[in-house]
Ligand binder design. Sequence first.
Ligand code: ADP
Ligand code: 5GP
Length: 205
Amino acid sequence: MNDRNNTLLRKNSRPMAGSAKFDTPRLIVVSAPSGGGKTTICHKLSQRNPNFRFSVSATTRPRRPGEKDGVDYFFLSREEFERKIRDDEFLEYEEVFGNLYGTLKSYVQQLLREGHSVLLDIDVKGALQIKSKFPDAVLIFILPPSTEELRKRLLGRKTDDPQEIEKRLKRLPLEYAEGKKFDYQVVNDRLDEAVERIEKILANH
Ligand code: ADP
Ligand code: 5GP
């Protein structure tokens, strides 16, 4: 990333005390165990806050029914993704559950340039990479009320078979350990309360 773009990502990252909330463009990183509710929460946040935009990541994961290229993810082959790694096109990338996922520099920079705050729904390791490069990014870790409730939500989502769900649950210890390093932790019990709690955090951060 060149100096100009680094500056673009670093400056303006904190709202002025007492200013209209959320008006200052910044990076807001939301992570959670799979099924924890980060996608649902990010969509609610962007519906309720017109200045928020969702960062569409690139992935090598196969598309799920209903997912749209360029909306949910940019779906790439492993070769295309690896070419982008070589060309230094990612702010961060990670391998999660056997697939590559990455945040596209150009996408995020464009949104910041347009004056938007950018919501990054990414895994815990990618989130900590972002924090090390952009210390002003706000990191929020979403926790489910319990592992049983998480399993129930994953089953209810009907996007993964039981074997895939167990694979996702095996990552919980790593996610909880890394989630402790985040700026904030929020339990997603009642959805609306979790969203309001995050808005309060962002208004005061
Ligand atoms: P993630 O993006 O973290 O994998 P999702 O946002 O897809 O998780 O949520 C997983 C499932 O749980 C979805 O079916 C979603 O509708 C549901 N869900 C999310 N938040 C809640 C909540 N607070 N209460 C009940 N169900 C929820
Ligand atoms: P899913 O396959 O369920 O959409 O996502 C699996 C995991 O990959 C989730 O934890 C999600 O947050 C994470 N993820 C999605 N996009 C990115 C990204 O750009 N970078 C990183 N590091 N993780 C991502």
